[in-house]
Design a protein. Structure first.
Length: 222
């Protein structure tokens, strides 16, 4: 699939050490890159601008869900056709972007799942299993890795899966809405690099996510 109207949205919080390479590599495969600086205290914003990305800024840290929503809303307002979302901490390889875009002609949304490895922190392995089982039980949707943030979707699909959560719950909210809207989706495997300092869904985040899933099911009819 030819790269046309493809946007990469990258949420970033204190990622000055890695953001430049992520932007430069993503630019090889997409038409536009937008970085949303979520109240960083380091040089993330300046580095991202110098690397050629459009940068949107939150004055204070609002969380991953709010940050991605800001970026995706902006891309949609600029008439993006497809949106790729990936992390700024070098866990996601921009070279995988073509593997996502080639699926977007046939599917509304492309999820990724991280290959199991000895590098994957135990808390992440257990959390992924638990949340995935809860998702299957509550919504009948089988996703290998509910918390993998490397995803792609059409702008039309985004209108249907636009999430309200400001934190990491947005990733499961997106899945629940995709199921409710009966969007056509596919999953692809990706490799992931884990740094010494683990960033991502914690045990407390996982508990909140599952409680939110129950809440959505009972009170929102999702």
């Amino acid at each position: 699939m030819a790269a046309k109207k493809i946007w990469a949205v990258i949420p970033a919080y204190n990622e000055g050490r890695s953001i430049k390479s992520i932007i430069e590599n993503a630019q090889k495969y997409v038409d536009s890159v937008v970085v949303v600086d979520d109240g960083s205290r380091d040089s993330t914003k300046n580095i991202a601008e110098k690397a050629g990305a459009m940068v949107l800024s939150h004055v204070i840290n609002l969380g991953k869900g709010a940050t991605l929503r800001t970026g995706c809303d902006f891309a949609a307002s600029k008439r993006a056709k497809y949106i790729i979302v990936l992390d700024a901490d070098a866990q996601h390889n921009p070279a995988d972007i073509p593997r996502f875009t080639e699926k977007l002609g046939k599917y509304d949304i492309v999820f990724s799942y991280r290959k199991r490895s000895a590098q994957m922190p135990f808390v992440l392995r257990f959390g992924n299993w638990f949340i995935s089982r809860a998702m299957s039980f509550l919504y009948g949707i089988d996703i290998n890795d509910t918390q993998s943030g490397y995803r792609a979707f059409s702008a039309e699909a985004y209108k249907k899966i636009r999430w309200n959560a400001s934190d990491y719950s947005m990733e499961t909210e997106m899945i629940s809405k995709a199921g409710k809207q009966k969007l056509k989706y596919v999953q692809i495997p990706i490799g992931t690099i884990y740094s010494d300092k683990y960033k991502g869904t914690t045990i407390i985040d996982g508990i909140k996510i599952v409680l939110n899933m129950v809440w959505w099911k009972i009170f929102n009819g999702r």
